[in-house]
Design a protein around this ligand. Structure first.
Ligand code: ADP
Ligand code: MG
Length: 696
């Protein structure tokens, strides 16, 4: 089955075939639901409901409650003045009430509520001066439509220009297109969990009958989430299996180059660095391909480990490449490694998007003819026209910006090249399973010795002047300060204005000692300023979040973050990691603007109370939901439609085991269950995983 099963076709049709969806609403809805297929719509779950099953008589309808009533239209009372409402008096055996319409067109009212006719209305009954009325009924219909109106109406997350009515109508038609699928879940598992089949689950999802049904852990919801997680885990298991099947090359661990470098280091490698390097060496020496994640908090010393790993490839005559997410970071890597590489006489080049023309040509040919042993750069080093002489190891830094797909395409540059990914984002286990399940993990869980914990203080914005005079003293004592300015999500321009304003203020207090960097500056300008800060020509570096990645200035001991309440936890953690790198006591001042909401309060106190990146990442996940901790939005990965990692962690663990066992027993999905699983993979568009199956 190398084609999507026909049974899925109706769900893969465009939502524009559904009633009530025109070209403009189609666009809005697609944006809302994150896709244009009927299936995307079906995965758009309700968040609330209105119970319209209550059908009292007028006299028995209580104040402020939603009711569905059968009434007779008694009298129209058009508005005598524009500012007054149009009223329609309606009655039943028990009494009468007014339907009230503001700014409504009278022809429409006359047509919907013809005099003397019986109608079904639904909406909130309210008492006004002791008399029942209903302002703008939600529904007005004929007696035949009663059953349709008198239901529970699910409420969906909406977007501008799309009403719940429109969405619900489309949803009901979409539900009609669903059919029963061959069951891909394990029978024993289904029996144990009492989960419904897919079709029942999706129908129940959209027809909640009680609060319980809205719970993310309700049976139908869990089942659908499990499907999604299982598809994710099977994909990862297949990719991993495929990678391992590709035999790699075997690099004997470097001894000569390794010793030349280590002998000259001003420090001793930490236990964690030695252990990680040993794991890497073993992987590279084996004839399987290495796929390893080096995970270490900011400042844990990943660079030297990467450099020593590169020596394994280079000493065996192959090339190594280091891919950084930004120009600055690429150059900083080169800068940190320069002395080490010189000690070992390794020839390296730096290639970024900035290199053009002749310069680029030279670099490209050095990569091609092998003159360059180590290639450091941005995406530019993996462009189509770059040919490697013999790439043996690809190191990818700040991995969270890349996805599994990109990882795969990189390795295309060196057919059997080993891959080492480095990340500073402490990845909670839940996320590492969904995004990195295909990688082995080495952890740098021990910081280089002699670092004092950073002292973190929360300071209300009003106290900023006290803070500045305190800084004055610190600067006189020789400390250097990062000053990070507010993050204004919607607008980079506003970010920069805020940073410029702060820069002006600080510059007037610390003339000639203050610098500014922001995202709109040219890379050279940015570097020049950072270089000055790093040399000690500047004491204060005002920045937007551009300093988040990169820059290592051990003399910087103070980090000020303005409007800290606007930053994500992981981001704050990364920023704080810029200080506390030297032996002196460091401080992080989190300036906030009150009043703070509960979540903001909790976030800031976590920052104050811990420096442990793992705890922070777990809390972040809890507070934000699965969100985009990993910046997965950019890479388009592990963005779940129905599963919510903050809630469905246990399901993920089960799906992980389920997938592993399945792929171990049935690597090409040819068993009876395997065949059904393929439908599941297609449902979640894991076509790329299906490519790995041998046709059988
Ligand atoms: P990161 O993991 O954030 O990339 P770096 O590799 O930039 O961390 O290391 C941070 C700093 O710690 C650098 O100045 C580096 O030279 C230093 N460092 C690395 N390993 C050790 C060690 N074992 N002992 C002391 N300092 C170290
Ligand atoms: Mg680093």
């Amino acid at each position: 089955m190398k084609q999507r099963p026909f049974i899925l076709d109706p769900l893969f049709r465009s939502i524009n075939i559904l009633p009530g969806i025109g070209p403009s609403s189609q666009k809005r809805i697609e944006k809302l639901i994150g896709g244009g297929k009927i299936l995307d719509l079906l995965f758009h779950a309700p968040v609330d409901f209105i119970d319209r099953r209550f059908t009292p008589q007028i006299a028995d309808a209580p104040n402020n409650r939603i009711a569905t009533l059968q009434i007779k239209v008694e009298k129209h009372i058009p508005n005598s003045r524009k500012s007054l409402p149009y009223r329609v008096k309606v009655i039943d055996d028990s009494g009468s009430m007014d339907l009230v319409f503001f700014h409504a067109k009278s022809p429409w009212i006359e047509k919907s509520l013809p005099l003397g006719e019986t109608r079904i209305i639904s909406g909130k009954v309210e008492y006004f001066h002791g008399k029942a009325q209903m302002v703008h009924p939600d529904f007005i219909g004929s007696v035949e439509e009663k059953a349709d109106i008198q239901t529970i109406e699910p409420i969906y997350p909406l977007t501008q220009g799309i009403t719940n009515k429109v969405l619900r109508k489309a949803m009901l038609s979409a539900l009609k297109l669903t059919s029963a699928f061959p069951e891909w879940l394990d029978t024993a598992h289904l029996t144990k969990t009492k989960w419904p089949d897919w079709k029942t689950a999706i129908h129940k999802l959209h027809n909640p009958e009680s609060e319980k049904d809205l719970d993310l852990l309700a049976a139908q919801r869990s089942r659908l989430a499990y499907d999604e997680l299982l598809a994710n885990q099977i994909t990862i298991a297949l990719i991993r299996r495929n990678q391992i099947m590709v035999s790699g090359r075997s690099f004997k661990p470097s001894v000569n180059l390794h010793n030349l470098i280590v002998k000259n280091l001003p420090f001793e490698l930490t236990g964690a660095q030695k252990r990680s390097l040993k794991e890497i060496n073993e992987d590279m020496a084996s004839n399987r391909r290495m796929l390893r994640l080096l995970q270490g908090d900011v400042g844990s010393g990943k660079t030297i480990v990467a450099c020593l790993a590169a020596m394994n490839a280079i000493e065996n005559g192959a090339q190594a490449a280091i891919l950084a997410p930004t120009e600055i970071l690429a150059r900083q890597h080169a800068e940190s490694m320069r002395e080490w590489l010189q000690a070992a006489s390794v020839r390296y080049v730096i290639l970024t998007g900035r290199d053009k023309g002749k310069k680029r040509e030279t670099l490209v040919s050095q990569i091609k003819n092998g003159a360059a042993q180590l290639i450091i750069g941005t995406h530019a080093i993996f462009q189509d026209d770059i040919k490697y002489h013999d790439l043996g190891l690809a190191i990818i830094d700040e991995q969270h910006r890349f996805g599994v797909h990109q990882r795969m395409s990189l390795s295309g540059k060196g057919e059997k090249a080993d891959i080492l990914v480095m990340t500073a984002t402490p990845i909670p286990r839940t996320l590492s399973l969904t995004n990195y399940g295909d990688l082995e993990i080495s952890k740098l869980d021990e910081k280089p010795p002699g670092r004092k914990p950073v002292e973190t203080l929360l300071i209300p914005k009003e106290k900023i002047e006290d803070l500045i005079s305190g800084l004055k003293r610190k600067i006189d004592e020789g400390n250097r300060v990062y000053w990070v300015c507010p993050l204004v999500e919607e607008s980079e321009v506003m970010d920069i204005e805020a940073a410029e304003e702060r820069y002006d203020v600080l510059k007037s207090i610390f003339p000639n000692r203050t610098g500014l960097v922001h995202g709109r500056m040219k890379a050279e300008e940015k570097e020049a300023v950072m270089q000055k800060f790093s040399n000690g020509d500047l004491d204060i570096l005002v920045a937007t979040t551009v300093i988040e990645v990169g820059v290592n200035v051990p003399e910087a001991t103070i980090m000020v973050i303005e409007h800290a309440e606007r930053f994500g936890l992981s981001q704050l953690h990364q920023l704080r990691g810029r200080v506390g790198r030297g032996a002196d006591q460091s401080y992080c001042f989190l300036l906030y603007a009150g009043p703070l909401g509960e979540t903001a309060k909790e976030r800031l106190s976590i920052m104050r109370d811990t420096e442990d990146g793992f705890i922070i990442a777990e809390k972040d996940l809890e507070l934000r939901g699965s969100g985009d901790i990993l910046g997965t939005k950019q890479s388009g990965e592990a963005h779940f439609k129905i599963a919510d990692l903050a809630v469905h962690r246990d399901l993920l663990a089960t799906a992980h085991n389920d997938a592993r066992l399945l792929i171990e027993k049935d690597p090409n999905l040819t068993s009876e269950r395997g065949e059904k699983i393929k439908t599941l993979l297609y449902m979640f568009e894991r076509d790329q995983a299906i490519k790995y199956l041998k046709s059988g």
